[in-house]
Design a protein around this ligand. Structure first.
Ligand SMILES: Cc1cc2nc3c(=O)[nH]c(=O)nc-3n(C[C@H](O)[C@H](O)[C@H](O)COP(=O)(O)O)c2cc1C
Length: 506
């Protein structure tokens, strides 16, 4: 097995080749990392971060094209490549510790000092220093089922941290069951993962989630058991924090923390995680995510979640018997509250059917449907479709009574979410008249077919630019003069859409 193919460092090297990384060779204090990370749309690589001068990379997943590069495709192909991989399950293979790069250095007990890791403050009002890039691996002690998720980590002491286990998640469910039995829960956090592992971790499926990582990678996944907690993690990880959530349950305040919606999540009561070992590669690359801010399309989790949301939309529409042309979940909303779908309109109710199928997907709040000529990845084009093809009295669908997303700031405290569908398609059956066509610059590509304007118009009526091309004009003014001569001779007329035509002789 190639233990470097899916290691984070290899992916960062690929991004450097693509010109996607801003590199800081100078020493940078940990306090300045977040400001620098937030200022650039690129990923950021710090060669000497903090007093230990460690290498830190951030915002690796902070653009659609970088997430698509992780799948080895152009971003419009990413949902299709993702679905192709999901249809080809891959196994997990256990490898011994000596074969695992993640175990090149093992620090256990007192040596497992969290303060040697680059926890850093990420947002102005955060409750402390954080690691934002943790991917947690667990095996449910009751069922044996494996679980993977992303969870932030707040530094508490040299050997303890807090994590956010407040929201509903499988990890929380597994932990609560352990508490009922008076047990602790062994978990390992990987710091430094390939973007594909984040895609898998962002899914909540009733399945063996370790195998999901393998399946999305598109090849078998080598995993190695923890040296102190026996929990398997990818053997190619950069850094692993092993330990357990203790049996005392939710008891300490965690947060506030800059959240995916661009606002802060409040403090809540969470459990304490005890570290039993830190293992790593010799040349481990520490990872940070850009998590919140005002340019959410540059942050990691909106780009990870957007692809997961687009795949969910493809599946929901296909299940409803609808084949969309293109789907985009805009990353600037942070949490995929919006979804845009381009369709080839065949029936008057096509847009409505898309809206109703996507209202059933919990995460989508606002659904926008456009014709195929609109690029759903272009804010400009969707805005234009809204301005010119949408009538609020006819083209809006509003339904309420949906369960809200607990973090949506406008819904907070309410127990229902209202969903809106915007039909931005042209009125069905719009006549093909010149005033209904989209204006584009002319392209003169075909060779001349006629010597004179009158000869060209004898073949058929023509629009002005069509006429220029037909006679090989590279100017146009001489055509205007020639048309005027024909008009004076009484030979010329105009058709309804503006084509020039010769008058029919009586
Ligand atoms: C970067 C990132 C950070 C996240 N942090 C948390 C977190 O701290 N707590 C949480 O409950 N969910 C968090 N999530 C969402 C969960 O990882 C996600 O819901 C996942 O599907 C949960 O997995 P599980 O239900 O299998 O445990 C985060 C997601 C991302 C992409």
């Amino acid at each position: 097995m190639d233990m470097n193919r899916f290691r984070l460092r290899s992916f960062v090297e690929k991004l450097i080749e693509l010109g996607e990384v801003e590199i800081h060779e100078e020493p940078v204090p940990l306090a300045d990392l977040s400001r620098i990370i937030e200022e650039t749309p690129k990923a950021t690589l710090f060669r000497k971060a903090g007093p230990e001068q460690v290498e830190v990379v951030a915002a690796v997943c902070g653009s659609r094209s970088r997430v698509a590069a992780a799948l080895g495709v152009e971003y419009r192909q990413a949902p299709h490549e993702y679905m192709r991989r999901m249809a080809n399950p891959q196994p997990v293979i256990e490898v011994p510790s000596k074969e695992a790069p993640a175990h090149e250095i093992v620090l256990a007990g007192e040596d497992a000092d969290l303060t040697k890791l680059a926890f850093h403050v990420q947002h102005e009002f955060d409750g402390g220093t954080y690691i934002s890039s943790g991917i947690d691996y667990t095996v449910d002690p009751e069922t044996g089922r494996t679980n993977v998720g992303c969870r932030r980590l707040m530094l508490r002491g040299r050997h303890e941290m807090r994590s956010n286990l407040t929201n509903n998640s499988d990890l929380k469910k597994i932990y609560l069951k352990c508490l009922e039995r008076g047990q602790r829960l062994n978990v390992s956090f990987v710091i430094g993962s390939h973007p594909i592992d984040f895609l898998a971790a962002g899914l909540r499926l009733p399945a063996d989630e370790f195998a999901l990582v393998a399946t999305l990678r598109g090849e078998p996944l080598s995993m190695v058991r923890g040296v102190t907690n026996n929990v398997p993690v990818p053997a190619d990880a950069e850094i692993v924090i092993e330990g357990y959530f203790d049996e005392l349950g939710h008891r300490e305040l965690e947060g506030p923390y800059g959240e995916g919606y661009g606002y802060y999540g409040p403090m809540h009561i969470d459990p304490v995680f005890h570290v039993t070992a830190i293992t790593r590669r010799k040349d481990a690359l520490f990872q940070s995510l850009l998590h919140s801010g005002q340019n959410l399309s540059r942050a990691d989790s909106p780009n990870i979640a957007a692809l997961n949301a687009e795949v969910a939309a493809w599946k929901a529409l296909r299940a409803a018997g609808i084949e969309p042309a293109v789907i985009c979940a805009p990353t600037s909303t942070g949490r995929q509250q919006h979804v845009r779908v381009a369709i080839k309109q065949k029936n008057p109710d096509d847009a409505r059917r898309v809206i109703s199928a996507l209202f059933a997907v919990p995460r989508f709040k606002h659904v926008f449907v456009v014709n195929e000529d609109i690029d759903v990845f272009s804010d400009e084009q969707v805005e234009w479709a809204m301005a010119t093809r949408f009538r609020a009295d006819k083209d809006i669908v509003i339904e309420t009574g949906f369960p809200p997303h607990y973090m949506d700031p406008i819904i907070a405290g309410d127990d229902v979410m209202t969903k809106v569908g915007f039909d931005l398609t042209v009125p069905f059956g719009w006549p093909d008249r010149v005033e209904n066509r989209v204006a584009h610059a002319p392209r003169f590509e075909k060779p001349a077919r006629f010597k004179a304007v009158s000869e060209a118009l004898k073949s058929k009526p023509m629009y002005f630019a069509e006429l220029m091309e037909a006679v090989g004009s590279r100017d146009g003014r001489e055509i205007a003069l020639e048309l005027d001569r024909l008009r004076e001779e009484g030979m010329l007329t105009r058709l309804e859409d503006g084509e020039w035509a010769l008058k029919l002789r009586a």
